[in-house]
Design a protein around this ligand. Sequence first.
Ligand SMILES: Cc1cc2nc3c(=O)[nH]c(=O)nc-3n(C[C@H](O)[C@H](O)[C@H](O)COP(=O)(O)OP(=O)(O)OC[C@H]3O[C@@H](n4cnc5c(N)ncnc54)[C@H](O)[C@@H]3O)c2cc1C
Length: 417
Amino acid sequence: MKMQKIYSWGNNFYKDVELNSDLSENYGIYLGNQNSYGDCFIPYSHFSYKSKRKEKLFCEPDLDPSVTIEEYIYGNNKLLFGIPGKANVTIGGAVAADTHGKDNIWGGSFSKNIHSLKLKLANGQVIECSDKKNREVFTATLGGYGLTGVIEKVTIKENKIPLPPSFLKQKQKGSGLENLFNEFEESPYTYWVAWVNLLNKRFDWVVEKSFSGKKDIKSKKSSDSYIKKLNLPFIGSNSLNSMSYINNIYFNLNSTTKAKSSSINKTLYPLSMISDTRNISPKRKILQIQFSLPLKNEKYIQELIERLIYKQVPLLCSIKRLGSPLYTESLSFYQDGWTVAVDFSEKYFDLSYFEEFMKKLLDHEGKIYLAKDSLLNEKYFKAMYPNFKNWEQVVKKLDPNSKFQSHMSNRLGLKQW
Ligand SMILES: Cc1cc2nc3c(=O)[nH]c(=O)nc-3n(C[C@H](O)[C@H](O)[C@H](O)COP(=O)(O)OP(=O)(O)OC[C@H]3O[C@@H](n4cnc5c(N)ncnc54)[C@H](O)[C@@H]3O)c2cc1C
């Protein structure tokens, strides 16, 4: 059988797998476009499922889950809720991780787009599920990381999000997290994200706010080859303060400006040569730790970040506002509050301080985003996701022999029955 090496985005996990579209004999997990930083798509066995792409991929209502977010947007001239920051994330991968975007409170997580799903179960049966039909299966699958079955079809709800010919992007800069949170203002159809310099005690930040523009700007097609590779691993160690200089230069170059035109792709998927932190990490290995915290605990975010970066070299930090979740029954980390994502070079990340951070995160009802995770353990996961017990009851009935098992589900003890 032909084997293929698959790597997590952070390059911390890899495995030789046999790609198969036939579920009958094999135990494994479905493979999207491998944009998850950790091991949620790495199979526990040596089998990855992947169906062959079919013709007429973008035709609604029955959408093939291998369609990418970018293909969907340009194929249908429509935007979606919860668009993640990478254009080639598949619709299936976005459903399975219940992704979020820069659409803050007016938007929502990816689940908000979904009318119904066709799911192939472990016993080979294909069922339809929605808010009205097989609801338990539906909500366990939105943010279920492929552990309930294979999503074979996705039906998207109608929405009224305008798709402009371009965006107008306005930058605002400042210092201190309290000021940053006060700067946030809810505004319909505005996309908001903040970049924070954690190597500077002032916590300097740059906010990018984007709203509909009139100018017709063609987006360049996003692809990983467009985001060229650099090889500057010494920066990731902050050797000679190189990382601090880069952060300061970025902050100083970004003055608070009037809005400037920006293409849709540059607004939605800002990954560039510089912000691809694998380029500045030895062996291109990075860890990203992303957590959400409820709004009522906003005042603890600074303390939490300080704990997380204690004696570490943080590379890049982004902060976004999250809105209220539509469903709370799955393994989605989406909750009404804030999310903070911090990248580290794997080589320089000191694990001995991580547990202290996890304890504090738990105290303040924080949740780690599993699509980005490589470090969580079973004990903290189960304390962090109190709804897990209900999810487990539903999934146990769907997959009694744990046919769908990823490295992550095994690491976190998600299917121990
Ligand atoms: C640069 C970058 C920026 C990102 N920005 C964001 C962001 O802003 N917001 C955000 O939420 N996420 C973000 N992500 C994470 C990304 O959106 C998620 O990891 C997403 O799940 C990746 O989708 P994928 O198609 O690559 O699937 P994979 O990473 O291959 O798989 C992800 C999960 O989906 C499951 N899966 C995929 N297809 C199916 C299917 N048909 N049936 C059942 N299960 C399936 C897999 O088993 C796995 O558990 C980012 C990632 C990168 C690399």
